[in-house]
Design a protein around this ligand. Structure first.
Ligand code: ATP
Length: 384
């Protein structure tokens, strides 16, 4: 079976087009046999980053290392990395088999060796039946798999994938994610994937880098980023449903440090509490329950239900806490009947250990302020 393993490292990589900075001092490490997903909104610089790794973009500041060797100015053909582009580009006049065999031309491989390699990859990708078809008569998902198969056939040291799921419907996206996991399980290969969809990062990444505006905002394990986003942007972008934010102010009272929400609710606060600092309290919509259904150790706040919208397995609530602060709540649909109705005022509860507090300024950095005495690092990580 194909085995591809390379460690890829970007050190201090910056890139501008004219006077527009697209990558700003990016540091990234893809370890051998790891899947790293770089995720961020459209235009944040993901494709540019991947093109620099592939060697398709050679004019930039900083360095690229492949297996600890400086590869900054190395031509793409010398890197033995293979890139699957966002727009699948297969030769329409060739069959699936011929497309996959194309990069092996001139490699002095025996015909039987090529056949063996391609049939093994086709089996792994579930495309044996499309090897005889030409791309115009393949589905979008089949074309994408053939393109991945063509990249694997080269036996690269690392597979680079640019938004591989972008043009597929939700069902096919899910299938392709499973497939990439299978490919990784079978080959233990290194993969660098860029995507604007945080679900790809959550489901595929051993290691994830969240990008915005040319900066890597946070990198780490997806579960850590989900629980402890470093700033408001990461909190609202990453984690399937972004956090809800409630505005408030830190106070030091006779009862000790407190977080006073604009709605008037008060909670004890711990850590680096600075009196008078405006803050935002971040809550995951899927971590909120009607108070009557929540553990007694949870904290709660009052709100009026503006609407409830079924979304399949979940139901979405908009809960207004005051004139300008609202919570988004996502409950399992099975709890709908026992939940407050539209127009009702009720208490909604959340685990204070899961609350993240951000500075209410332009950067929105996470503060070392908590709603419990425990430090976040001592908390047990939840299973996604
Ligand atoms: P998407 O998810 O939409 O593909 P992205 O995060 O991959 O976006 P890039 O394609 O890296 O972003 O582009 C980042 C910025 O750089 C964009 O504003 C884009 O218009 C600009 N850009 C990319 N390539 C060039 C180029 N060759 N010349 C000028 N500007 C470019």
């Amino acid at each position: 079976m194909v085995v591809f393993m390379a460690q890829v490292e970007l050190r201090n990589v910056s890139k501008s087009f004219g006077n527009r900075a697209v990558l700003r001092a990016v540091n990234l490490l893809l370890k051998k046999d790891e899947i790293c997903v770089v995720v961020g909104p459209s235009g944040c610089g993901k494709t540019t980053l991947l093109r620099i790794v592939a060697g398709l973009e050679l004019s930039f500041d900083g360095d690229v290392f492949i297996n600890n060797q400086r590869a900054t100015k190395m031509w793409p053909s010398k890197r033995n990395l293979s890139m699957v582009f966002q727009q699948v580009s297969l030769f329409d006049h060739l069959t699936g088999y011929q497309n996959m065999a194309y990069p092996l031309r001139g490699r002095r491989l025996k015909r039987e060796a090529i056949q063996g390699r391609i049939s093994q990859i086709a089996e792994l990708l579930g495309i044996t039946s499309v090897l005889s078809k030409r791309p115009p008569s393949m589905s979008g998902g089949e074309r994408q798999r053939v393109a991945i198969g063509r990249s694997l056939a080269r036996q690269p040291d690392c597979l680079l994938l640019d938004e591989p799921m972008a043009s597929l419907d939700p069902h096919l996206r899910c299938e392709l994610r499973n497939l990439l996991r299978d490919v990784h399980r079978t080959t233990n290969g290194s993969m660098l994937i860029v995507s604007h969809d945080d679900v790809d990062a959550l489901q595929l990444g051993h290691h994830v880098a969240v990008m915005n505006d040319g900066f890597i905002q946070q990198h780490g394990k997806p579960v850590d980023i989900y629980q402890y986003p470093v700033n408001r942007f990461v909190a609202s972008f990453f984690g399937r449903s972004g956090m809800s934010f409630l505005q408030g102010i830190l106070d030091i009272t006779d009862d000790g440090p407190q977080l006073l929400l604009d709605s008037g609710e008060r909670f004890a606060a711990y850590g680096q509490v600075e009196r008078g600092q405006r803050v935002e309290m971040g809550l995951r919509p899927e971590g909120i329950l009607p108070a009557g259904l929540a553990p007694s150790s949870w904290a709660s706040i009052h709100g009026s239900v503006e609407y409830r919208r079924p979304m399949g397995a979940q139901v979405e609530f908009k809960v207004n806490c005051d004139k300008s602060n609202a919570l988004r709540v996502l409950l399992p649909i099975s709890l709908l009947d026992s939940s407050p109705k539209e127009g009702e005022r009720a208490r909604f509860a959340f685990d204070p250990n899961r609350v993240v507090i951000f500075a209410a300024d332009e950067r929105g950095d996470r503060l070392e302020v908590r709603m419990t005495e425990a430090t976040p690092t001592t908390l047990k990580l939840i299973d996604l």
